[in-house]
Design a protein around this ligand. Structure first.
Ligand SMILES: [Zn+2]
Ligand SMILES: [Zn+2]
Length: 284
C-alpha cells in the first residue's frame, strides 16, 4: 500500500524546488484557460461537436498532468515508509550500505538525497518540478507526468502557432511581437497587455515541450534497461523490456495511462534487489 509524504514536513525547501513547483502550479491552469477559453473558440464554433470534443480532450490531459504531478510529489518513496530487513546471508548483507545521516543500514539501489533529507528506495534523481525524489514507488507518476506534458504542450504549440500566425495574423505579425518573443519578460514589463501574456504562454509551452522531450529521451532508455540515472544504464537489474517497464509502471502497465489512481501493483518491494541481482539475465 502506498504511503504519502507529510505536506508540512516534506514541503519543497530549496529555492529551486519552490520556484519550479510554483511554476508548474501556475503555468498548467494558465495554459489550460488560455487554450480552451481564448484559442479554441477561434478554431471551432462554441458548443459545436468539435468544440466539445476538444474541451473534453483538454480536460483529460490536464487531469493526467495534474494528477501525476501530485502523485509524484506526494507518494513517499523513501526508506521512512518501510521496514528494512537486511538479507540473512552475510554475502548479500554486505551489499547494503550504512547511511551516516539517516543512521540506518539501507538497501542497495537506495541513495541519500540532501534535498529530501532521507534515503530513497531505488533512487533515480531529485525532481525539482515536483520537489520530491523520483524512486521506486513514484517513478510511474513521473514518467506519465512527462508523457502528458509532451502531449499537452505539443497540442498547445500546434494550435497556438495556427492561432498567432494564421487566424490572428493581422494582430500578431509585427515587430512588437518579435521583440516580445525575443525578450518575453522584458516585453511584459513595458506593456502589461493580454497579448504579451498570450505570447509568453506560447513561448513557455515550446520550452516545456522541448524540455519534457529531452527528459523522456534521457530516462526512457534507463527504464527499458531496468537501470536508474545513478547506475548509468548498467544491465545488472535487467529483466527484459516488458518486466523492466512493469518495475516502473506496475503489473497493470497497460492501463496506467488512463488515470493516476488506476491500481497497478509493483512486482518488487524496492528493497531486496540482491535477489534480482542473482537472477537478472546478465548474472545467470
Ligand atoms: Zn540517508
Ligand atoms: Zn530528493
Amino acid at each position: 500500500m502506498l504511503k504519502y509524504r507529510s505536506i508540512i514536513r516534506d514541503m519543497p525547501r530549496t529555492i529551486s524546488d519552490l520556484g519550479c513547483v510554483g511554476f508548474v502550479i501556475i503555468f498548467i491552469p494558465l495554459c489550460f484557460v488560455f487554450q480552451l477559453c481564448v484559442v479554441l473558440p477561434v478554431f471551432h464554433e462554441p458548443y459545436s461537436l468539435m468544440f466539445i470534443l476538444t474541451w473534453m480532450g483538454g480536460i483529460f490531459v490536464v487531469f493526467q498532468i495534474a494528477g501525476n504531478f501530485l502523485a509524484c510529489m506526494l507518494v513517499d518513496t523513501s526508506i521512512r515508509a518501510t521496514i528494512l530487513v537486511p538479507p540473512p546471508e552475510p554475502q548479500l548483507r554486505k551489499l547494503w550500505r550504512f547511511c551516516s545521516i539517516c543512521e540506518v543500514v539501507a538497501p542497495i539501489r537506495s541513495w541519500h538525497c540532501d534535498s529530501c533529507k532521507c534515503c530513497i528506495l531505488k533512487r533515480d534523481h531529485h525532481c525539482i518540478f515536483t520537489g520530491n525524489c523520483v524512486g521506486h514507488r513514484n517513478q510511474r507518476y513521473f514518467l506519465l507526468f512527462i508523457v502528458y506534458v509532451i502531449i499537452g504542450c505539443a497540442y498547445c504549440c500546434l494550435y497556438n502557432s495556427v492561432f498567432f500566425w494564421y487566424l490572428r495574423y493581422d494582430i500578431y505579425f509585427n515587430l512588437k511581437t518579435g521583440l516580445s518573443l525575443m525578450c518575453p519578460f522584458l516585453g511584459f514589463f513595458f506593456d502589461m497587455s493580454w497579448n504579451n501574456l498570450y505570447l509568453l504562454i506560447y513561448e513557455l509551452s515550446f520550452i516545456c515541450l522541448l524540455y519534457a522531450l529531452i527528459l523522456l529521451l534521457f530516462h526512457m532508455p534507463n527504464i527499458l534497461k531496468g537501470s536508474t540515472t545513478h547506475e548509468n544504464q548498467t544491465s545488472k537489474y535487467d529483466c527484459g523490456r516488458q518486466q523492466n517497464l512493469e518495475m516502473v509502471l506496475g503489473k497493470s502497465w497497460r492501463w496506467v495511462w488512463l488515470a493516476p489512481f488506476v491500481k497497478s501493483e509493483l512486482p518488487h518491494d524496492g528493497i531486496h534487489w540482491e535477489t534480482l541481482l542473482r537472477h537478472s539475465s546478465k548474472n545467470r
